[in-house]
Design a protein around this ligand. Structure first.
Ligand SMILES: Cc1cc2nc3c(=O)[nH]c(=O)nc-3n(C[C@H](O)[C@H](O)[C@H](O)COP(=O)(O)OP(=O)(O)OC[C@H]3O[C@@H](n4cnc5c(N)ncnc54)[C@H](O)[C@@H]3O)c2cc1C
Length: 379
């Protein structure tokens, strides 16, 4: 049976980047992927600058468009614009983007096993046996990078109800050249285009990725809000559209991130941003931290676990936990939020642009700041 130091389940941005960093240090690494690459992944494909800036290689070849200006709309009356010298959002299609990172990992010696679905895990001392649709393998470490549903986490003993998964619906839409000419110049977010959530229009090279997401986990007719949003955008002539629904985990798991040498990263860990549902940059970042932990521990499992937990506890988890609070307030307290946005909307948009650029995180004292602003507003 073939043995690897590290087996990574999933070749999304989290898994592929972990493989890149591990393989670069000569650690024997296999990526086990159920699909054949390049594969479509349901995603808006908006890659924020902090993620792009942290990648150790150039991705220009797979960038479809770059946006230095971002437009945020709140209903018909409020509109905020931010502009930065670096591209705030780079538009990518996930098939070629994920494949690029995987290819970079392969260049350093990582093995990719496509069309291999993980079906079971068994644990014996420090060795983990992985049962896949095409045979068994062993590894010292397993990285669960298998996305929002993470079958690996289930197999390794994580509970299902320890995360918050929000519903999202996304369409790849081809429209008339006149409409595309008009809409392809702007990346836009429309807050409240859907209850407790937002809609987006992300222009790609030849089409738009348009979607809606609700921050509340309720039964909601996403398709209806998508159709209404198409009207808001003034799109009447759709040449072609494909619908893709999925879930985004916007809160970190509450029952740990490492068990029996299985490490959770990216969506499997619940690391998407609670306010924006932007998950690619944290997927890559958490993958890097898991790789660093294994490298720095010299493949010692106890130390690797400690290092990974320390690393995510330093910046990632505090930011996500503040984001969780902020998101609940932002989407649930609509009336007071909109009053505040009327007054401070531009400042809020600039702060979000700074978060996208990695220039700041969500302020730790956000609760007090908001309370003070509300007090000022009503007094
Ligand atoms: C509608 C929608 C829009 C979004 N828009 C954006 C956006 O614009 N910007 C942004 O930053 N984020 C966005 N996100 C979130 C983003 O897509 C995720 O956060 C990101 O893909 C997480 O990366 P990952 O590597 O953790 O997992 P994934 O990208 O989900 O990769 C998981 C991989 O694991 C493989 N896999 C799963 N099960 C198995 C198995 N049993 N065996 C082997 N392989 C397996 C899958 O095939 C897949 O390749 C969006 C999400 C949705 C649903």
């Amino acid at each position: 049976m073939k043995h690897y130091d590290v087996a990574i389940i999933g070749s999304g941005p989290s898994g592929a980047s972990t493989a890149f960093y591990l393989a670069k240090k000569g650690i024997s690494t296999v990526i086990i992927e159920k699909e054949t690459l390049p594969r479509y992944k349901t995603c808006g494909g908006g890659f924020v600058f902090r993620g792009r800036n942290n990648l150790p290689f150039d991705i220009t070849d797979v960038v479809e468009k770059e946006f230095h200006t971002v437009d945020i709309y709140l209903g018909k009356d409020l509109h905020f614009k931010t502009h930065r010298e670096d591209p705030t959002i780079s538009m990518i299609m996930r098939d070629s983007f994920d494949n690029l990172i995987t290819e970079k990992a392969k260049e350093f010696g990582a093995t990719l096993l496509e069309n291999h679905k993980l079906k079971g895990l068994s644990f014996n001392d420090d060795i983990i046996t992985l049962e896949t649709s095409q045979g068994n393998f062993t590894a010292n470490f397993v990285i669960a990078a298998d996305g929002a549903l993470s079958p690996t986490a289930k197999m390794a003993g994580w509970k299902e109800d320890t995360r918050k998964l929000i519903p999202a619906l996304e369409y790849e839409v081809e429209i008339s050249s006149e409409d595309f000419e008009r809409l392809s110049k702007e990346v836009r977010f429309d807050i409240d285009a859907i209850p407790y959530g937002y809609a987006w229009s992300f222009p790609k090279k030849n089409h738009l990725s348009i979607g809606v997401a609700s921050a509340r986990r309720t039964k909601i007719n996403l398709k209806k809000f998508y159709q209404e949003y198409m009207e808001t955008l003034g799109i009447t002539n759709v040449i072609n559209e494909s619908q893709h629904g999925f879930q985004i985990p916007v809160s970190p798991r509450t029952d740990g991130f490492v068990k029996n040498n299985v490490f959770l990263i990216g969506d499997a860990a619940g690391f998407a941003d609670p306010i924006t549902a932007e998950g690619i940059s944290n997927a890559i970042y958490s993958g890097k931290l898991a790789a660093e932990a294994i490298i720095e521990s010299n493949k010692n499992s106890e130390l690797a676990e400690k290092l990974y937990l320390d690393k995510i506890g330093e910046t990632l988890l505090p930011e996500l936990n503040t984001g969780l609070w902020l998101s609940k307030w932002f989407y649930e307290q609509k009336t007071i939020r909109n009053l505040l946005l009327k007054k401070f909307g531009q400042r809020f948009s600039e702060a979000m642009a700074d978060v996208f650029h990695g220039k700041r995180s969500y302020p730790k004292d956000i609760k007090a700041t908001i309370k003070q602003k509300i007090k000022n507003l009503v007094s």
